[in-house]
Design a binder for this molecule. Structure first.
Ligand SMILES: Cc1ncc(COP(=O)(O)O)c(C=O)c1O
Length: 393
């Protein structure tokens, strides 16, 4: 078979991730590949660690990008901190809490689940009660921003409860980093992982992680070897560590790291607070448009994740059909519901470079066209007018 070069179609990515990649990042990734132990590359790595500390709002020395997607960052946290026989309290209010449970069990630990409804935030009271009932728990794990439902939980409060019970915390910030406040030091959380393909506007495939001193001490004091050679931080640190002597561990994804570096330079230029404010105000404009069309958001206002909007599919509308038409006719990607919410919601992301007024107007305009011809009843033009008004503030 003779294959030709692959040229992807031009899309507007307003799903749960990946989001549109900033052109500056794509350009940075096309720069010449150099050796992964080249002094120039090592200098870039040091800068990258500093930029990640800024993004995570932390002084943690062990702050690096794991070579692999968000799931690799997730596993890195679990395999390094959980030992066979450990009890881990896992809060689940969507898909990704379920993956945390899988990780605990595959590490030989016991997961004690705190379950909340999909679409609600993690209940702090339930966590407190669970820790009272399980004083031997060593770790609390929770998802800050549940991408499957568009919910944000109160990380500072959950981390405080975990600390009161002398537990370490593992926190998923894949969808929050760069979009809503992630304050690792202020929250006092211990092992935090994220992804590059959401609010950092970068390509998928890297996972920024950060570990507190407490977490590093716990890793050093392990009774057993970390079960994964690739993710064993004791080994990875030989390459990413603070000393000037770097040892080969694996060949770093060099051009992908150029991309992340550029993404973080862009974040620094914008300023974290400004990035958070942009995501918040664009969410309000999108919401105004959706509500003017009679559409409703799944999540109650106080727990809404501005960068990921879970929109209820009206009863008489074929949700999957709408998504297919948006992609086919408008080259616009939005997400479907997962798990318990499959078929019940659309997930509209406004993340990173994708979070801008042009995309909001495009999305609402395309939705008006598709829903209008699908027979939904709403006043045509009302959505666009509401977005315009919200954008003017
Ligand atoms: C909250 C959350 N955690 C973990 C992941 C896994 O990340 P990845 O798909 O990059 O492996 C995702 C991906 O969407 C996510 O949204």
């Amino acid at each position: 078979m003779k294959a030709n070069s692959f040229h992807p179609p031009e899309r507007t990515l307003l799903g749960p991730g990946p989001s549109d990649v900033h052109p500056r990042i794509l350009e940075a990734m096309s720069r010449p590949t150099i050796g992964h132990l080249d002094p120039a590359f090592v200098g870039m790595m040091d800068e990258l660690k500093g930029l990640l500390q800024y993004a995570f709002q932390t002084r943690n020395t062990l702050t690096i990008p794991v070579s692999g997607p968000g799931s690799a960052g997730m596993e890195t946290c679990f395999v390094n901190l959980v030992e066979p026989g450990d009890k881990v309290v896992v809060c689940q209010n969507g898909v990704f809490g379920g993956r945390m449970r899988e990780n605990v069990e595959r590490c030989g630990g016991t997961a004690v689940m705190v379950q909340d409804a999909w679409g609600s935030a993690v209940d702090a009271g339930k966590l407190r009660e669970t820790l009272k009932a399980h004083p031997d728990a060593r770790i609390v794990a929770f998802v800050h921003a549940e991408t499957s439902t568009g919910v944000q939980s109160d990380a500072a409060t959950l981390a405080g409860i975990a600390r009161d019970s002398d537990c370490l915390t593992i926190v998923d910030t894949v969808t929050s980093l760069g979009g809503t406040p992630v304050k690792v030091d202020e929250w006092g959380v211990d092992a935090v992982y994220s992804g590059t393909q959401k609010c950092l506007s970068c390509t998928p495939g890297l996972s920024p992680v950060t570990f507190s001193e407490r977490a590093v001490e716990a890793i050093k004091a392990r009774r057993t070897k970390v079960q994964s050679w690739f993710m064993d931080l004791n080994l990875v640190m030989g390459y990413w560590g603070g000393s000037s002597k770097r040892a080969y561990h694996h060949t770093a994804p060099i051009n992908a790291l150029y991309g992340l570096h550029e993404a973080l330079v862009i974040l620094q230029e914008e300023g974290l607070e400004n990035a958070w404010a942009r995501h918040a105000s664009n969410h309000l404009a999108l919401r105004a448009g959706l509500e003017a069309m009679g559409l409703e958001l799944l999540v109650e206002e106080s727990a809404r994740l501005p960068q990921l909007n879970a929109v209820e599919v009206p009863a008489d509308i074929d949700g999957a059909g709408v998504r297919v038409r948006l992609l086919g006719e408008y080259s616009l990607e939005i997400g479907a519901g997962l798990g318990d919410l499959a078929g019940r919601i659309w997930r509209i992301g406004l993340m990173g470079y994708s979070s801008n007024p042009r995309n909001i107007l495009y999305c609402i305009g395309a939705l008006e066209a598709v829903l209008g011809s699908a027979g939904a009843s709403f006043e045509r033009g009302a959505g666009i007018a509401a977005v315009e008004k919200a954008l003017k503030g």
